[in-house]
Design a binder for this molecule. Structure first.
Ligand code: FES
Ligand SMILES: [Fe+2]
Length: 431
C-alpha cells in the first residue's frame, strides 16, 4: 500500500486541492476502492435493468456491481424483486446463468429452493427443528421508475428515491421509457477507476478533440470549441428558436437540479438533474444524416429536434432524442476496472429491420463510447505514473470539480465541507 494511504484516507482527503484532479491513490488504491464501496456505491441507486428484460413471471437477470451479484426476478404477482445471489445454506451462488426463466430459485449445490420472493421453500434432510422462515434469500432495495429498475445495496434504510422519481418522471414520461423496449445493450469494459469514467462523462472539454461524430450532431460543441462572442450568439439564437418551438409543442419541461448552491447539493444526495436542449438545426435525431432512426417515442407529437439529458444519482445518466433513448450505467468492478453499460431504448412496438436499423440507431453512442473508453484508459495509464501530479480544471469542467467535492465529502471527514470552493457553470453536480 502507498505510504500516503497508510497515513489515513481521511488525511489524504483533507489534502486534496479544490479545483484540481485527485491524487493518484484515489484512482488506483484498493483500500480507497473499499471505502468507495462502503460510503458511495452502497449508499446510492444504480440502474440495473429495464422492465422489458423481465417481461414475464419467473424471468430473471443477474446484475453485478462492485463484487456483489444480484438476482432481479419478476414474481408471480408481477412485482420485481432483488435478492443477493448468495445461498443461505453454505453461501454458493444460487443462479449461475446470466438470465432466464425459473419457476423457483434453486441452488445447484444441495438443492435448497427459494420462491421468487426469496422465501426458502424446500431444503432436504435438515434437522427436525430447522425453521426455514429464518433462511430466505437476503433482499436488496429495488425501485421501478418509468420502466427503469434501480437497485441500492444499502444495508438498512434505502436512500431517498422520491427526489429521483419526482424530479425525473416528467422527462422519462415524455420519452415513454415505461413502455419502451431495449433495442441494444452493450458493455464497454474500461481499464480505469470508476471516478475517471464519471469525470469524463461530466465534461465536454474533451468533445472537440475526441468526438468528431458527437460534434457533428450537437450544436453545444460549437459553443465549447469556439468561445468567441459570435459562436455564443449563434448558439443562443438556435437555443432561443428551439425553446420557443418546444414550449409551443409542450416538450420543453422545467430544468431540474441546476439551482441549488453546491453545499446544499452535496448534502442533498442523491444527485438529480435533467434538462432539454437543441441538437443542430440539421438534426432531428442523433444519427449520421440527422434523420430519424426509429418511430417517435412517448408523448412527442412530432420531431422537435431536441435532446434530453439527465442524471439519476452519480452512476446513471441518459441522453434521449425524440425516437430513441440511451442510458449509461457506470458500474465499478474494482479499483482499476469499470463497466460502461449502454442501453438503447426504442418504442415498445418497434421491430428491428422494419422500424429501425441497429447500426444507424447505435452509430453515435457506439463510436463515442469507444472513443471515451480509449481516452479514459489513456488517462488511467498516465495517472499510474509516479510523475503524475494533479492538474487544474478548466472552466468547462465545473461539474467535474463539483463531483470531486461531492465524492470527497462522501468518503472523507465532515470537515471537508467547510472548504467547499465556489463552482459554477455545469449542469449536473454544479450550482
Ligand atoms: S450452498 Fe446452496 S444448497 Fe448448499
Ligand atoms: Fe466523451
Amino acid at each position: 500500500m502507498h505510504a500516503n494511504v497508510e497515513n489515513g484516507i481521511d488525511g489524504l482527503v483533507e489534502k486534496q486541492v479544490p479545483g484540481y484532479s485527485l491524487d493518484r491513490e484515489f484512482y488506483t488504491e484498493t483500500s480507497i476502492f473499499e471505502r468507495d464501496r462502503e460510503r458511495v456505491f452502497r449508499k446510492h441507486w444504480v440502474l440495473a435493468a429495464h422492465v422489458w428484460q423481465l417481461a414475464s413471471s419467473g424471468d430473471y437477470r443477474l446484475f453485478d456491481i462492485a463484487g456483489e451479484n444480484i438476482i432481479l426476478v419478476r414474481d408471480g404477482k408481477g412485482e420485481i424483486r432483488a435478492h443477493y445471489n448468495v445461498c443461505r445454506h453454505r453461501g454458493s451462488r444460487v443462479l449461475l446463468e446470466p438470465c432466464g426463466n425459473v419457476s423457483a430459485l434453486t441452488c445447484r449445490y444441495h438443492g435448497w429452493t427459494y420462491a421468487h420472493d426469496g422465501l426458502l421453500r424446500a431444503a432436504m434432510h435438515m434437522p427436525e427443528d430447522f425453521d426455514p422462515t429464518g433462511f430466505g434469500l437476503k433482499s436488496c432495495h429495488v425501485r421501478i421508475l418509468e420502466g427503469l429498475i434501480f437497485v441500492c445495496l444499502a444495508d438498512e434504510q434505502a436512500p431517498d428515491f422520491d427526489r429521483i422519481s419526482d424530479s425525473l418522471r416528467p422527462f422519462l414520461s415524455l420519452h415513454g421509457t415505461a413502455t419502451a423496449r431495449i433495442a441494444e445493450q452493450r458493455t464497454f469494459p474500461v481499464h480505469a477507476n470508476w471516478k475517471l469514467v464519471v469525470e469524463n462523462y461530466l465534461e465536454c472539454y474533451h468533445c472537440k478533440p475526441a468526438h468528431r461524430e458527437y460534434c457533428a450532431v450537437e450544436i453545444k460543441a460549437d459553443k465549447i470549441g469556439d468561445r468567441s462572442p459570435a459562436a455564443l450568439m449563434r448558439y443562443e439564437a438556435r437555443e432561443r428558436e428551439w425553446r420557443a418551438q418546444a414550449e409551443r409543442s409542450g416538450t420543453l419541461l422545467a430544468e431540474v437540479g441546476t439551482v441549488l448552491p453546491l453545499d446544499e447539493r452535496l448534502s442533498r444526495t442523491p444527485v438529480v438533474a435533467a434538462y432539454r436542449a437543441p441538437l443542430r438545426a440539421s438534426h432531428v435525431s442523433a444519427t449520421e444524416d440527422g434523420q430519424p432512426a426509429a418511430p417517435l417515442m412517448g408523448q412527442f407529437p412530432g420531431y422537435d429536434g431536441g435532446e434530453t439529458a439527465l442524471a439519476a444519482d452519480a452512476f446513471t445518466y441518459m441522453l434521449a432524442y425524440n425516437d430513441h433513448a440511451v442510458f449509461f450505467a457506470f458500474i465499478p468492478r474494482d479499483a482499476g476496472h469499470t463497466d460502461m453499460i449502454c442501453t438503447w431504448l426504442v418504442r415498445g412496438d418497434a421491430q428491428e429491420g422494419r422500424d429501425f436499423d441497429l447500426a444507424r440507431l447505435t452509430w453515435l453512442w457506439t463510436r463515442t463510447t469507444d472513443q471515451d473508453k480509449a481516452i479514459i484508459e489513456a488517462n488511467a495509464a498516465g495517472i499510474s505514473s509516479p510523475s503524475y501530479q494533479p492538474g487544474p480544471a478548466s472552466v468547462l469542467e465545473a461539474d467535474v470539480a463539483a463531483f470531486r467535492e461531492w465524492y470527497l465529502s462522501s468518503i472523507g471527514p465532515a470537515s471537508r465541507r467547510s472548504r467547499l470552493p465556489e463552482v459554477r457553470g455545469g449542469r449536473y453536480f454544479t450550482a
